[in-house]
Design a protein around this ligand. Structure first.
Ligand code: BG6
Length: 482
């Protein structure tokens, strides 16, 4: 039996950037689509000096800015506004949580608390909830990434939260898992029989996973500059995609089954340490260039001057288990790249013996799964070109557009995640061991860079990253699919 939805959602950091761009717009859509119970209340908590009317104005502006015009309806906006209340909370002040408890009243029962604040405050906020008697009655806490900046700091934060909440009430967000296209990877792998027999080192030569963005740091320099692409994208989104591509079939689509399989992948990742760091990883930083037809400045001009923070990372990862031994996974992410594109490219092995002769052309199939901006699945099939001059082989594409097949609005990833957390379902959230295993792997790379005095290699905005990233994949005898 599924538990009833929580009746209160409390958003810490209610006036921050993430809240405005993603969380309030998601809640608006959910409300408009009838997914929130009639008596569900939304509380914004922040240090700001405002009141409920002030917050409603901030939320209205955010919704009008970030929700597509076709979904804006005055009646829906007004009804949504009525759900919203403001409570002034400084997460470090216990007395503020008393005021929060008063404001919530009976809605504190199974309330869901979302921390979209600096992660250093998560522990204090949990303590505050406990001291006001709110934690014991809560449905749970949603924690936005990043949880720490390395393994040690993530353990500290996880310990502080675990002192108050048991694991099943902790919802660690990686918004990629809320994306339809990402969940569809599981359907592709585990609801079709045709891929599984080939999904291993006997048939697959190598895999590429790319998350490329065209944007720069866009006013987030002060956060980003302490993080960089390795912590901002690889530790979470890229490694989660890798897990979904590489994991064994879980016995069921439930929290423990799915997460038990993901953690096995993370634990099978070969550590990249010592001399291997410079062979298997590349860090880059964007310089001035032309992005989407517009001249743009470099990372230093976008922020506060010279810095050694990487805005691009490429990695050769190896998974040491029976299924994947000998199959390199090339991971790549960067800002200010040529295109915005999240995709997984699976390249199969060539035929064992080419009866048409080597000069005839390619004999390798490629499966390309694009998750963003379009949702497409393409399979390159090798065919004979028409003509009389012998067998000339060429790849042709079977291409399926999921965007066309399933029309209609794609939900914001946070809609799915908030709804699942309101229901108490942790399947699409990260378990503590996953976060810590991912940090342990990533920490070796960052400390390897530090030891080697490695500085990010420059690349022009609007390119596919530094040439060293091309060399990285070429050393294995392959090239990036572009
Ligand atoms: C966030 C990162 O987690 O993901 C950002 O902090 C990045 O730097 C963003 O831009 C990318 O998300 P999406 O959904 O646009 O692919």
């Amino acid at each position: 039996m599924t538990a009833p939805l929580s009746k209160a959602f409390v958003l810490f950091g209610a006036t921050g950037d993430l809240a405005k761009r993603m969380i309030w717009p998601s809640l608006y859509h959910m409300d408009r689509d009838g997914l929130l119970p009639d008596d569900c209340r939304l509380y914004g908590a922040a240090r700001e000096k405002t009141d409920s009317e002030g917050l409603r104005q901030i939320v209205r502006t955010a919704v009008e800015t970030f929700v597509g015009k076709e979904f804006l309806e005055e009646a829906a906006l007004q009804r949504f506004a009525l759900r919203i209340n403001f409570v002034r909370v400084d997460a470090t002040k216990a007395e503020d949580f008393k005021a929060l408890a008063e404001a919530l009243g009976e809605h504190a029962e199974r309330a869901l608390y979302y921390f979209a604040t600096a992660p250093a405050l998560y522990g204090a906020a949990c303590q505050g909830l406990a001291s006001a008697g709110l934690a014991a009655r809560a449905g749970g806490v949603m924690l936005e990434k990043p949880i720490g900046k390395d393994l040690a700091s993530s353990i500290r934060i996880n310990d502080a939260v675990a002192a108050i909440f048991e694991e099943r009430r902790i919802f660690r967000v990686d918004h990629y898992l809320g994306k339809e296209a990402v969940q569809n990877l599981l359907a592709l792998r585990f609801a079709n029989t045709i891929f599984e027999p080939l999904w291993n080192n006997r048939s697959i030569e190598h895999v590429q996973i790319t998350i490329a963005e065209t944007v720069g740091v866009e006013g987030r320099w002060s956060y980003y500059n302490t993080s960089g692409a390795l912590r901002d994208m690889v530790q979470n989104h890229l490694l989660q995609l890798l897990c979904l591509v590489a994991m064994e079939p879980p016995a069921a689509f439930d929290a423990e089954s799915v997460r038990n399989e993901k953690i096995k992948v993370l634990r099978s990742l070969r550590p990249i340490s010592g001399g291997f760091v410079l062979q298997r990883t590349v860090a880059g930083q964007y310089r001035a260039g032309v992005s989407q037809g517009v001249s743009v400045g470099g990372y230093a001009e976008d922020g506060e001057g010279e810095s050694d923070t990487e805005t691009f990372v490429a990695i050769r990862a190896d998974i040491d288990n029976w299924r994947w031994a000998g199959v390199p996974f090339f991971l790549r992410t960067g800002k200010r790249m040529t295109d915005r594109r999240t995709e997984i490219v699976v390249r199969f092995r060539p035929v064992p013996h080419n009866i048409f002769g080597h000069g005839a052309g390619a004999t390798q199939n490629v499966l390309r799964i694009q998750l963003q901006p379009q949702e497409t699945v393409e399979l390159e099939i090798i065919a004979k070109e028409p003509g009389l001059s012998g067998a000339r082989l060429r790849p042709v594409r079977l291409d399926l557009s999921l965007t066309r097949a399933f029309q209609g609005r794609r939900r914001i990833a946070y809609e799915r995640l908030i709804l699942d957390a309101l229901k108490g379902d942790t399947t699409l959230f990260l378990r503590r061991d996953e976060i810590e295993a991912a940090w342990a792997w990533v920490d070796e790379i960052s400390s390897g860079w530090a030891k080697a005095g490695e500085r990010p290699k420059p690349y022009p905005s609007g390119s596919w990253g530094p040439s060293a990233a091309i060399a990285l994949i070429e050393r294995a005898g392959f090239s990036w699919a572009e």
